[in-house]
Design a protein around this ligand. Structure first.
Ligand code: ADP
Length: 447
């Protein structure tokens, strides 16, 4: 095991990693920007190093400064958390060149799964269900038109190097497809320096269902069942729950096992998420693989008892996974609500400023992941998520009741948060009956 690791992140995930490391007897070093000087999580780290100004381009994204901080503090490994440099293969490579362990996959595995065309190819070999569409890159427009006619409209043109929703175009007919291909190629070159685009069926009224997986350096991989993240606004997840409702145990297990096989084939070590869209007939189609720990990982921890962050650290240190697949049992139901400092009544405007009242809920099955304490000032420079409220119940009904009660206990002022929106969603019949699709929250907000 490592003696000491550096955390290249901030906020709740930095705190989560500090706690996991402490349990493993590993010391922690936090890097921070000037905007985070004196932030509450830093006092729990064994050491902390200021690496620059508030903008993340001058601090949390500065590879040179993070590496220097790791060398200066004798850190053997770096945990990137999520966001910032977590899916940056160049960063993982620089770590390796500097003999610092990157807590996550190798740059090769990250590049393989991060390239959507290659990822889809590997998924087919692993038996992971993918969307019908072109086999690889669109080389000839005519070929794309032929395939679109075969699979039927609407179709979507996507960038192989895509991320953040860029380089994607939906087409409902041939004329639209012609422009979509050119537009997506141009956007992909501008955004990613790689113009490769591919075509697949566009699924309407879909649900977002994803599989949590973990791999080690010895060729082992396990899954921690699935999560439903259908409640989104502008592709940002608001509520996540697991196991995904309205998926039969047989289909769930088959898709989850295929996701574990995919990362086994990719020689992947660490935590990853295989994302799918699902239709009403419970057909699954892979979207992409996220090569990092995700915001919603606690949902899977609550229903399996596996500590994903601790596993990610120990597998990076070369240990085998401490769980075998048949030891991972599904227990009850968990729901997570992301608490963002945003005002839902003002088009989700971010709300930086000082939090005076911060009373978090408690009781059995209630978990709060947050870096916030009363008096904390939210800097305007970063993500607006200030906490995650996770509940666990024996079944979905109990989890919903527990979440409603916990949201009612949560008291924050004078900053506006997404809590009132969550209360509305948790009481809505569409959520209660799990009869929803990825546009349901936006439809509700439009009403
Ligand atoms: P990115 O990496 O840019 O986030 P994704 O492949 O994850 O791209 O897709 C982003 C979002 O676009 C998905 O969450 C989904 O809402 C929508 N989307 C992507 N592919 C499809 C598809 N084939 N059918 C329907 N919606 C899709």
């Amino acid at each position: 095991m490592f003696g000491r690791i550096l955390i290249a992140n901030r906020g709740e995930i930095a705190l989560r990693i500090i706690r996991a490391a402490r349990e493993l007897g590993v010391e922690t070093v936090c890097v921070y920007s000037k905007a985070d000087a004196g932030a509450p999580w830093l006092s729990l780290a064994d050491e902390s190093v200021c690496i620059g100004n508030a903008p993340s381009s001058e601090s949390y994204l500065r590879i040179d400064r993070i590496i220097s901080a790791a060398e200066m503090t004798d850190s053997e490994a770096i945990h990137p958390g999520y966001g910032f440099l977590a899916e940056n293969a160049h960063f993982a490579e620089v770590c390796r060149d500097c003999h610092i362990e990157f807590i996550g996959p190798t740059p090769e595995a990250m590049n393989l799964l991060g390239d959507k065309i290659n990822c889809k190819r590997l998924a087919r070999q692993a038996g992971t269900p993918v969307f019908p569409g072109t086999d690889g890159e669109i080389e000839e427009l005519d070929e794309a038109i032929e395939i679109a006619a075969e699979i039927g409209y609407p179709v979507i043109v996507k960038a192989s190097a895509g991320g953040g929703g860029k380089g994607m175009r939906v087409a409902h007919n041939v004329a639209a497809l012609r422009t979509a291909v050119t537009a997506a190629q141009q956007e992909a070159i501008a955004s990613f320096g790689n113009g490769a685009v591919y075509l697949e069926k566009f699924l309407e009224k879909a649900r977002h269902v994803e599989v949590q997986v973990l791999g080690d350096k010895h060729g082992n991989a396990v899954h921690l069942y699935n999560r439903d993240c259908t409640s989104q606004r502008r592709h940002q997840k608001l509520i996540e729950e697991g196991p995904a409702p309205r998926v039969s145990p047989e289909i769930r297990d088959r898709v989850c096992e295929s996701a574990a096989e995919l990362i086994r084939k990719a020689k992947y070590s660490g935590a990853a998420t295989v994302e799918f869209l699902m239709n009403k007939e419970q057909e699954f189609f892979m979207l992409e693989v996220n090569t990092r720990v995700q915001v919603e990982h606690p949902v899977s921890e609550m229903i399996t008892g596996v500590d994903i962050v601790k596993e990610s650290i120990s597998v990076a240190a070369g240990e085998p996974l401490s769980w075998k697949q048949d030891e991972i049992k599904l227990n009850g139901h968990a729901i997570e609500c992301r608490i963002n400092a945003e005002d839902p009544s003002k088009n989700f405007m971010p709300q930086p400023g000082t939090i005076e009242t911060w009373k978090t809920p408690g009781g059995p099955g209630v978990r709060v992941e947050t870096h916030v304490v009363p008096g904390y000032s939210i800097p305007p420079n970063y993500d607006s998520m200030i906490g995650k409220l996770i509940v666990h119940g024996r079944d979905r009904d109990e989890a919903i009741a527990r979440m409603r009660s916990a949201l009612g206990e949560f008291s924050v002022s004078p900053i506006a948060t997404t809590i009132p929106l969550h209360q509305r969603l948790l009481n809505h019949h569409a959520f209660v009956s799990a009869d929803f699709d990825i546009n349901w929250v936006e439809r509700l907000l439009d009403e």
